[in-house]
Design a protein around this ligand. Structure first.
Ligand SMILES: C[S@@+](CC[C@H](N)C(=O)[O-])C[C@H]1O[C@@H](n2cnc3c(N)ncnc32)[C@H](O)[C@@H]1O
Ligand code: SF4
Ligand code: SF4
Length: 345
């Protein structure tokens, strides 16, 4: 008789293996909609049927019952501030003692929204900034958006105790400005740290490494690649000299190799992202990354899914993947799996 129960593999002594630890990185992508059209991101062009707010809230309740207090949950998108219940989601997450972070392009933050997010219990604000004023506004197709971010960060710094991160995506068009971007933002003592990302093939589109041959954000020659390598070396030196940059140096070294030859694969032997990362996608699917398909939906018992044989098999499949994807090189970068390559500089 099929009981529907998961078949639990046992070792040679008949013991079931310990269930995997809960994820340390949970990402709620609450919408794909966005008010900007950044060059490196196609999220706003994805047509998604979004779950109702009640489905999100029920999912958050299941997360809250499962995740250890203090686990960081990132609310993102698209532009999460476009979702009319974004603040309610933050509040419900925080009510479970989870540490709630918000990724935003900053353009929809105003005094009223900041005060509401403060009351809701937000802990961390990550604001994307892709250059000094002219470059940022051009890459993000948002005239005036740089100055808007500077102004609202000033207010946030004075009126909240949030941990503030400025998050640039390094690419062929903006890398030369990055040392100045660090100096500009970290002159404000309320900015905890710069957190860099490297550009990956257009976000929101299926993985396509043709990006590396044709996209204007990718270096078009080995000289251009070497110029980015040199910028990354400067950022390492600034960090050594005490600049508030929270990426590990090894991550910059991995990117140096990546910008020289993105098809080299990464330095580690296996992808471990699925052991630490859980993503609730804007259509309600649960995934471990953006490339491998769903492992469930937000309506499922999330803990049972995480501990299931199906999830374990997916982790095994993913372990053999070696793409320089957003999770592997950026948000879930793990020095222990992808150490600095010997030929970094
Ligand atoms: C998709 S956005 C969602 C949150 C918000 N709309 C924002 O821009 O911060 C999340 C992060 O991904 C970054 N991003 C977008 N496209 C990227 C790409 N092709 N490579 C690396 N990072 C990218 C953004 O700069 C942002 O920091
Ligand atoms: S990076 Fe963020 S702000 Fe830019 S288009 Fe994508 S979702 Fe919108
Ligand atoms: S390396 Fe492959 S399996 Fe691992 S997170 Fe990236 S795309 Fe997913």
């Amino acid at each position: 008789m099929d009981t529907g129960a998961a078949i639990v593999p046992v070792d040679f002594l008949g013991r079931a293996p310990a269930p995997p630890d809960p994820p340390s990185f949970v990402n709620l992508s609450i919408t794909m909609r966005c008010n900007l059209r950044c060059h490196m991101c196609d999220c706003p062009n994805i047509k998604v049927s979004e779950p109702t707010p009640d489905r999100w809230l029920a999912f958050i309740d299941r997360l809250g019952d499962w995740l250890p207090t203090g686990t960081q949950v990132l609310v993102t998108g698209g532009e999460p501030m476009l979702h009319h219940r974004c603040v309610d989601f933050v509040e419900r997450l925080a009510s479970y003692g989870l540490k709630v972070a918000l990724n935003t392009n900053g353009t929809l933050l105003n005094v009223d929204k900041v005060e509401r997010l403060k009351d809701a219990g937000l802990s961390i604000l990550n604001v994307s900034v892709d250059g000094l004023a002219a470059t940022h506004d051009r890459l993000r197709n948002g005239p005036g958006s740089f100055q808007g971010i500077v102004d609202i960060l000033h207010y946030v710094g004075k009126h909240t105790d949030w941990t503030l991160h400025v998050v640039p995506v390094i690419n062929a068009q903006n890398h030369r400005e990055m040392p100045e971007v660090v100096r500009f933002f970290t002159a404000d003592p309320r900015i905890k740290a710069m957190h860099f990302q490297s550009v990956i093939p257009t976000m929101g589109k299926p993985w396509d490494d043709g990006f590396f041959d044709r996209d204007a954000l990718w270096p078009k020659s080995s000289d251009e690649a070497e110029a980015i390598v040199a910028t990354l070396e400067t950022l390492k030196e600034m960090k050594r000299d005490g600049a508030r940059i929270d990426n590990p140096e090894a991550q910059f070294s991995v990117w140096q190799r990546y910008f020289r030859n993105p098809r080299n694969g990464l330095t580690g032997n296996e992808c471990r992202v699925a052991y630490g990362s859980l993503i609730a996608q804007s259509n309600g699917d649960l995934t471990f990354c953006d490339v491998f398909g769903p492992v469930g939906t937000i309506d499922d018992d999330v803990r049972a899914m995480w501990e299931s044989t199906f999830a374990q098999n997916r982790r095994d499949d993913m372990s053999r993947c070696n793409l320089p994807c957003n999770y592997r090189v950026n948000c879930c970068y793990d020095e222990s799996t992808d150490p600095a390559p010997a030929d970094a500089t």
